[in-house]
Design a protein around this ligand. Structure first.
Ligand SMILES: N[C@@H](CCC(=O)N[C@@H](CS)C(=O)NCC(=O)O)C(=O)O
Length: 207
């Protein structure tokens, strides 16, 4: 299999952490592509018409994309049980919450990176952060019992979302008022899978 990826994408990291946790890291070749919304890489659009990473080129079928689809596929591939039937809908909802945090956080970066300064909107940026802030607070108040259970795909997604907030939006201090989640994340960030998939580590892994 070949995973198309770029630098510090939280969606890519989610897939990498899942690969690591399920012992499949050795089964994928990692290929760097440019994930630029204004100028998509033809190597990427050839397998994902949307031009977004991650995309997974499989040995046994057409390429698949969207991190949620890829994670589900990889989990099923080795029967890892990271989408447990007993609380599937909760796991999927929490993963969707993590993805939405990532999406809003990435859009904030794109607003500054890809739009001319004079048409950037502070109001829009704040609205994106409000989504992040509400979601983080709800995870901290309503989802800690799920997060303290055995590892599933939603744990991985939440950890990657929080790591990305540290990386790109450290000045917004997501930890403020979210003590339970802060403690949980400190423990999760210490896992080998998280330490092996930082943006710096990725550079050493990519062909
Ligand atoms: N829903 C997608 C989102 C992926 C995504 O937004 N990836 C960003 C990088 S972090 C990207 O490829 N951006 C390029 C673009 O927006 O065209 C997923 O879960 O895989």
């Amino acid at each position: 299999m070949k995973l198309l990826l770029a630098g510090p994408s939280p969606f890519v990291r989610k897939v990498l952490v899942l690969l690591h946790e399920t012992g499949q890291m050795g089964d994928v070749e990692l290929q760097k592509v440019a994930a630029n919304p204004a100028d998509p890489d033809p190597n990427l659009t050839a397998v994902n018409p949307i031009g977004k990473i991650p995309a997974l080129v499989r040995d046994d079928g057409p390429a698949i994309y969207d991190s949620r689809v890829i994670c589900r596929y990889l989990d099923a591939r080795v029967h890892a049980g990271l989408y447990p039937e007993t609380h599937l809908w909760e796991t999927l909802t929490l993963e969707a919450t993590a993805d939405a945090i990532m999406e809003a956080a990435v859009l904030m970066v794109y607003e500054k990176r890809f739009r001319p300064e004079k048409i950037q909107s502070e109001e829009w940026l704040e609205a994106q952060w409000a989504k992040v802030s509400r979601a983080v607070s709800v995870v901290n108040t309503r989802w800690m019992s799920h997060l303290s259970g055995s590892l599933d795909a939603a744990h991985i997604a939440i950890a990657c979302a929080l790591a990305y907030l540290d990386f790109r939006h450290d000045d917004r201090s997501w930890r403020h008022g979210n003590d339970a989640l802060t403690d949980w994340y400190a423990r999760f960030a210490d896992r080998d899978s998280m330490k092996a998939t930082t943006a710096e580590k990725l550079d050493t892994l990519v062909s």
